[in-house]
Design a protein around this ligand. Structure first.
Ligand SMILES: *Cc1c(COP(=O)(O)O)cnc(C)c1O
Length: 454
């Protein structure tokens, strides 16, 4: 037996007691979200009708670097945290790279992804403020599953609008939500005005995160004691996800290493920010030379080919205007795209960091992500979520560069979730039915024109 340690775990009393708010340390703060009618910067009170009040304050907090994790939330984190930091010896060997590859395994949570880190916090604050019902949208269903479980934990009723095409194609996530007691409705539906309007314009609409967000927000606005929750994009969501990076920081210390590159897949930015920001703190405050790489699909390339502009967070234009890298709120990714990460915009914090070149982004073709996922599964024994495959593919690119140069770089990526409920996407890949799809510039420009007038 060699004495090479494979997994690094923290004892329960070292689960973080504070989340890290990078906004406090950023030299250039994110621009303010705007009220779409008055174009005035938003105040926390403006968001109170939609979100729990504490979450509104966290959203716009640019002064406190550390925000205490409520004891009740920390108690629930103990059900699955700390998550393991794993040295990917198997993957290193398969690649023949001198790089040291580590991954943080968020797939061990009860719902199989990082999303529970924020769902528990959001449900807790709702409960504390006397809310009885929570609502949200979900695409593939990971966020809906996380919220359904978190709502049950804190005694709330959950109503989830699921993108229609996913509702039909991914029945098991719906079953998971229903098992945890949530009510699930395919979107667009006839149960809201937003849904009716969309179906009137486009009777066969397959649904998108945008349509589902519009419906969930409308329900929250028109139902007493009901709040809306969101699983990505917003700054408070990314704040809660920093437990990932804060643990990883201590675990890397246990391994006696410090990352040269930190990588996360990128939908709205919450797992990427979650793993990166605690390390980026040392880059901002002490000038530590670490690279931060966001990996997005090349069929939804807001970071690499989108535009930094104020845009709506949803299709119907209910949300405030957010300053972000976006493909336009009317952008819909190609139907053949199986890998998740379909949202049109990026969170305001990551958008500012990308603009300031504190981080980088790469876009990855669909087939390369599944090639990477299968190689990882065979080498490490974990079938990754299709989303996480983007981070793995980016890590493999870095490791292959090290193979060429002979450098022993330390690469850390976040394994945001497992893919055991996404096997239909793997089936398509394994049977040769998945293709690469590249977006023409005209398709991107078409949707960006609409937001220039906002
Ligand atoms: C939701 C999800 C993502 C993308 O969301 P981010 O906010 O960008 O992290 C990535 N991986 C998994 C497994 C997810 O469920």
């Amino acid at each position: 037996m060699s004495n090479k340690q494979k997994r690094f775990l923290l004892p329960e009393d070292e689960i973080p007691r504070y989340w890290y708010n990078i906004q406090a340390d950023m030299k250039n703060k994110p621009l303010p979200p705007l009220n779409p009618r008055t174009k005035e910067p938003l105040k926390p009170e403006d968001l109170y009708p939609i979100f729990a009040e504490e979450l509104c304050r966290q959203e716009l907090n640019q002064t406190d670097a550390w925000i205490e994790i409520p004891e009740e939330v920390r108690e629930m984190y103990k059900y699955y945290r700390s998550t393991p930091l794993v040295r990917a010896y198997g993957l290193e060997e398969a690649l023949g790279t001198p790089a040291h590859i580590y991954f943080k395994n968020e797939s061990v949570s009860p719902i199989g992804s990082h999303k529970l880190n924020s769902a528990l916090a959001q449900a807790y604050y709702c409960k504390k403020e006397g809310v009885t019902n929570v609502t949200t949208e979900t695409g593939a269903g990971q966020w809906g599953a996380a919220l359904s479980y978190a709502a049950k934990v804190f005694g709330l009723e959950a109503a989830v609008y699921q993108v229609k095409i996913s509702y039909e194609q991914k029945p098991y996530r719906r079953s998971i939500m229903q098992t945890f007691g949530a009510q699930v409705t395919p979107s667009p539906s006839m149960s809201t005005r937003a849904g009716k309007d969309i179906l009137t314009r486009t009777p066969n609409h397959q649904g998108s995160l945008g349509t589902a967000i519009s419906e969930a927000i409308e329900l929250a606005r028109t139902t007493p004691n009901c709040k809306y929750t969101l699983g990505s994009v917003l700054s408070h969501v990314t704040l809660h996800q920093t437990v990932i990076g804060l643990e990883a920081e201590k675990q890397m210390e246990m391994a006696g290493e410090y990352p040269d590159v930190v990588i996360g897949c990128f939908g709205g930015g919450s797992n990427f920010g979650g793993i990166c920001f605690p390390f980026m703190r040392h880059t901002i405050l002490e000038g530590k030379q670490t690279r931060y790489v966001a990996a997005e699909p090349n069929s939804c390339p807001k970071l690499t080919r989108g535009k930094f502009h104020y845009d709506y967070g949803d299709e119907a234009g209910y949300t405030p205007l957010l300053p972000m890298f976006t493909l336009g709120h009317n952008f819909a990714p190609a139907n053949i795209h199986a890998g998740g990460l379909r949202y049109h915009g990026a969170g305001v914090i990551v958008s500012q960091l990308l603009k300031d070149k504190l981080m980088e982004a790469v876009d990855i073709p669909q087939l390369e992500t599944f090639d990477a996922g299968c190689l990882f599964a065979r080498a490490e024994g974990i079938i990754p979520a299709p989303e996480s495959c983007h981070a793995i593919a980016a890590a493999i690119r870095e490791a292959n560069k090290c193979k060429e140069t002979g450098e022993e770089k330390v690469i850390l990526f976040n394994l945001s979730g497992h893919g055991l409920i996404d096997m239909s996407a793997y089936d398509q890949y394994l049977s040769g039915n998945l293709m690469n799809y590249s977006l023409e510039d005209e398709e991107i420009e078409k949707n960006l024109k609409d937001i220039e007038l906002l």
